[in-house]
Write a protein that binds this ligand. Structure first.
Ligand SMILES: NC(=O)c1ccc[n+]([C@@H]2O[C@H](COP(=O)([O-])OP(=O)(O)OC[C@H]3O[C@@H](n4cnc5c(N)ncnc54)[C@H](OP(=O)(O)O)[C@@H]3O)[C@@H](O)[C@H]2O)c1
Length: 254
């Protein structure tokens, strides 16, 4: 595993789940990790409880607030100079259904998952150009590969992130910015704890964090895991609509 010592890494959505586990993983590998989310107490507890090679420092932030995002970027630049790597991980999931479908649910998920990411990119892309490079990883999901039942808003938001990352990557590369896309399968976190269905190939947040850290050290654009979920979802993506939709019908609640 790559040693991340000397790197300043910023992770959003790091008060729980994948973001918190990734902060611990990367700090254990020597990085100075800035953790952001809205819950300042949880961030402080994570920072205080860490005892390893690197450091974890809290920076409370709501990524849907453009003024706060700009101020946070400014603070980090002033306090630390260079920001080497950012993991855009903040996100939410609300199950959607045809019964009781609301635009509000879709908007909540798009506002945080897509626009929250875009607000961060608006600040980070010029910053990284100015400092002569850097790395950004966007956390999407395998749920963005195809429209899955009960995930209309969530899937749409993650499909948008995948498309956005693919669109930005070539120009980023030209400008010396390494842009990566992270597509996890099911990971046990507060986000999936609310699911009442069996989640195939589910892994722990710590396992996800190890796989992400490995992926970040590679030159791969897309970091997808676990492998069995990756294969299943990549096959689903290739299926013709008729067959795919018949399979989807089979997973509907009775
Ligand atoms: N778990 C999975 O199976 C899975 C699979 C694929 C992709 N993902 C993606 O992985 C990412 C992390 O999810 P998770 O499973 O680790 O869920 P989680 O434990 O619920 O973490 C979500 C994080 O986002 C933060 N957050 C929520 N709203 C925010 C806002 N407005 N501004 C800043 N931070 C905010 C939360 O903290 P606060 O509430 O304190 O703000 C929390 O730290 C998400 O993008 C999710 O879509 C998860």
């Amino acid at each position: 595993m790559k040693n991340f010592s000397g790197e300043l890494i910023w992770i959003t959505g790091a008060s729980s789940g994948i973001g918190a586990a990734l902060a611990v993983q990367l700090a254990s590998l020597g990085a100075k990790v800035i953790i952001s989310a809205r819950n300042a107490e949880k961030l402080q507890a994570l920072a205080d409880g860490f005892n390893g090679a690197g450091r974890i420092l809290p920076l409370p932030l709501d990524v849907t607030d453009p003024v706060a995002v700009a101020a946070a970027v400014n603070t980090l630049q002033t306090d630390h100079g260079r920001i080497d790597r950012v993991i855009l991980n903040a996100g939410t999931y609300i199950p959607d259904s045809v019964v009781g479908f609301t635009a509000k649910s879709v908007k909540t998920q798009l506002d945080l998952n897509v626009l929250g990411c875009a607000l961060m990119l608006e600040q980070l892309l010029p910053l990284m150009r100015g400092q002569g490079g850097g790395a950004i990883a966007i956390v999407a999901s395998v749920a963005g590969y195809r429209g899955l039942p009960y995930a209309a808003g969530y899937g749409a938001s993650k499909a948008a992130l995948i498309n956005m990352a693919e669109s930005l990557q070539p120009e980023c590369k030209q400008l010396g910015i390494k842009l990566q896309l992270i597509c996890p399968g099911f990971v046990k976190t507060p986000l999936t704890d609310r699911n009442d269905f069996a989640m195939p190939f589910i892994i722990s947040a710590e396992d996800a964090a190890r796989r992400i850290a490995q992926g970040l050290s590679s030159d791969r654009f897309e970091i997808v895991f676990p492998k069995r979920m990756k294969i299943a979802m990549k096959i689903l993506r290739l299926l013709p609509n008729g067959l795919f939709l018949r399979l989807s019908q089979g997973v509907l609640r009775k």
